[in-house]
Design a protein around this ligand. Sequence first.
Ligand code: MF3
Ligand code: CO
Length: 280
Amino acid sequence: MIVCKSPAELERMHAACALVAVVLTHLERSVAPGVTTADLDEMAETQIRAAGAVPAFKGYHGYPATVCISVNDEVIHGIPSRKRVLAAGDIVSMDVGAVLDGFVGDSAITVPVGEIGPQAHALLRVTREALYQAITRMQPGARVSDIGHAVQQHVERHGFSVVREFVGHGIGAAMHEEPQVANYGPPGRGPRLAEGMVLAIEPMVNMGKAGVRVLEDGWTAVTRDGSLSAHFEHTVAVTSNGPWVMTAREDEGFAEVLATLGLEAPEELESRWRKTTPSK
Ligand code: MF3
Ligand code: CO
């Protein structure tokens, strides 16, 4: 069953999501050569608890940390460690979830450490664009598989590959609700999107082949071929006015990216995606 949220519930979800966005912004600014992934995890946990919220991932099926931090060929679910020291040229994915007032927000970004090569840069850009393309499909009446179709088309057009083993998900009072949202496949399948549905859309994209495997720690997913991997995620509500990106960051700059994708009126789209009150 897909749980639709009332306007009042969407406002509460937005509070959890806005906190996640602030934490990710802080993490992004803190990434630098010499910083450990455990340092980043500590900052995030402190900030989440100071806001009266609780880390959503810690203890989830035994996950031991607040943030999933996945470097280079790590795809998702990397466990923060004192021994993992970031170096210039790395790409680092940070996935944050927080529970506030009974609702969960979930979002991820992948950012460069210092200077990175042009191919790595393209991987980050295309993965983020794929997420935005997917978000444009989140209109009432569209079908769930339209989202993954949009991701796959954009990613493969640029010569990268979509990870199949992990999916996006419905989200609300629980971190994982129905439906599952694959990042590939034909359009026009699955449930219809309706007002009040909230989905965490999270494309994972490899520079090389799509295959992944999970390390002996039971969590860290890495690319089989050792190629770089990127991950971007937003928690997005479906409203009568189109998608509402609840985890939008202050400095995210949707309009710039939307314009390069040839979408009309990017400024207007940007303000709609960021709306702070549900429509109607
Ligand atoms: N964004 C991820 C997800 O949707 C993070 C979960 S990590 C876990 O599943 F440790 F909590 F599983
Ligand atoms: Co998620």
